[in-house]
Design a binder for this molecule. Structure first.
Ligand code: SAM
Length: 223
């Protein structure tokens, strides 16, 4: 078998050591990524240079709370590139709530969501979770994922923690310059951890270089 499972729903090409997901929509791609057939499945390459979640996996993330059947609240869905990979990982029994506030990005995101039954686009501001709370089935998700590149990214995560049970998972990509454009990245990351400490404990912390400059990635657990 050419593909080895790294996490449920995430595969490693044994020869080239590239990441793949099982493509749930045949021939679908977002960045012209490679598609490969194996058995009755089509696999889609997931490039760590184009997705911070793939970068975190490539950098050795130990545990991935985004898994088949999981519900994910995705904050900062942009044009739907990484959300489409999350959609492939969680599969038909899971779901991805895609929050994005830029109308231009939303137009492209809608096109991606139209191809996938498990993605729900939400044109909303992640700083106002009350605006989309009624769309979240049962009011809870298994994982909140955030990639918004906003100075208030810690506070946005805390506001959206209402959708997690105690022990629930959050994943966040933190751009150091969003916290301070002059402080060294390590100081910005320390500041981020201080800001979320009352609500989350840090499970894993990774730096995303060389895939993303001055970015850290956190796997968190709600206290
Ligand atoms: C770095 S991009 C996300 C890229 C995406 N995660 C991917 O990998 O495909 C950040 C996105 O967050 C969106 N964003 C920033 N602040 C937001 C907010 N408060 N509410 C909703 N979306 C926001 C921006 O419009 C932008 O599309």
């Amino acid at each position: 078998m050419a593909f080895k499972q790294l996490f449920p729903g995430v595969f490693l090409d044994a020869g080239q050591r590239k990441l793949y997901v099982r493509n749930s929509v045949r021939s679908f791609r977002v960045h012209g990524e490679a598609l490969r057939e194996e058995g009755k499945n089509e696999y889609r390459e997931w490039n760590p240079k184009q997705s911070k979640l793939a970068a975190a996996i490539a950098k050795g993330l130990h545990s991935l709370p985004i898994k088949p059947g999981a519900s994910v609240l995705y904050l900062g869905a942009a044009q739907g590139a990484t959300p489409s990979f999350v959609s492939d990982v969680v599969g038909a029994k899971g779901g991805v709530y895609c929050v994005e506030f830029a109308p231009r990005a939303m137009r492209d995101l809608l096109r991606v969501c139209e191809t996938r039954d498990n993605m729900l686009p939400l044109l909303a501001d992640a700083r106002k979770p009350e605006e989309y709370a009624k769309e979240i089935e049962g009011g809870k998700v298994d994982c909140v994922f955030e990639d918004v590149a906003d100075p208030q990214q810690a506070e946005i995560l805390i506001q959206n923690a209402r959708f997690l049970e105690k022990g629930g998972a959050a994943l966040i990509a933190v751009k150091s310059q969003c916290i301070s454009s002059i402080a060294p990245p390590e100081e910005s990351y320390a500041e981020f951890k201080k800001r979320i400490a009352s609500v989350f404990e840090v499970v894993e912390e990774l730096r995303l270089e060389p895939f993303e400059q001055d970015h850290a990635f956190y796997s968190l657990r709600k206290k």
